[in-house]
Design a protein around this ligand. Structure first.
Ligand code: F6R
Length: 242
């Protein structure tokens, strides 16, 4: 594992964007796994700028996002599809037909999960998977539990997640109760993994996930077993790992 402590959020974002830019430069038809959340917003902005200035191109790339709310229309401003369009896809030269987010609108959950795994396999697997890190060590929507879920599956959101997310919706009743997420196996099958984390509120979980025991109680700890992981944190998130 490469563990890199950047000075600031901006520095973390630039360094992480460089990893993705390097992948696009050396393998223009690469398959990228992408994440939503607040942490990658800066690195997506850097990639948009790199693309505008002609340094990189997404024209031949394929993307798969980690997760999506179940039952939310892709046009909804809280859907992860919407997030990706706003923060990256609408501003780069990616072929939107080759961008994949689990289909939150498909009422057949089992079929939607199987189709997602199949689409990843058909694309030849994920070359580089970007991950953020939840405060409890979750990756995707894989929350702490007693085992590592393997493939793309449906999760029930916990009451605390529903309450926390309700600030982004008109009312708590509108918050989806379920989500689709790549499984831990889906993530671990990626050939390379890039994790970003920032802020002092992530310092403890960064230490637990990357320097503590491997346990499904801290889902991200499984990444210690992956042969090619780069973790880039800002100084605040890396403060307990000196
Ligand atoms: C996002 C995702 C989540 C986030 C995590 C960290 O697609 O799967 O696991 O990466 O919740 O979120 P932020 O970056 O907002 O702290």
């Amino acid at each position: 594992m490469d563990f890199i402590v950047a000075d600031t959020y901006e520095d973390m974002s630039r360094k992480a964007a460089d990893v993705i830019a390097g992948c696009l430069a050396t393998e223009p038809d690469c398959v990228l796994g992408l994440a939503t959340g607040s942490t990658p917003i800066g690195l997506y902005a850097d990639l948009v700028q790199d693309c505008a200035e002609g340094r990189i191109s997404f024209a031949d790339a394929t993307t798969f996002n980690l997760d999506e709310y179940r039952g939310l229309d892709p046009q909804h401003d809280q859907s992860y599809r919407y997030f990706m369009q706003q923060n990256l896809f609408d501003h780069v030269d990616v072929d939107v037909a080759r961008t994949h987010v689990p289909d939150g609108a498909n009422p057949d959950a089992e079929a939607a999960c199987a189709a997602y795994e199949e689409a990843i396999a058909q694309a030849g697997g994920i070359d580089l998977q970007l991950l953020g890190l939840g405060h409890n060590g979750h990756i995707g929507f894989n929350e702490p539990c007693d085992h590592f879920p393997v493939d793309t599956h449906v999760v029930e959101l916990t009451e605390s997640t529903i309450q926390a997310n309700s600030r982004l919706f008109d009312s708590v009743d509108e918050v989806p109760r379920e989500a689709y997420t790549m499984g831990i196996g889906t993530i671990m099958r990626a050939r390379r993994i890039l994790v970003v984390a920032s802020g002092e509120d992530k310092a403890q979980i960064v230490r637990d996930a990357f320097f503590g025991p491997v346990t499904p109680e801290v889902p991200a700890s499984v990444l210690q077993l992956h042969p090619d992981v780069t973790v880039i944190v800002d100084a605040k998130a890396g403060a307990l790992c000196a």
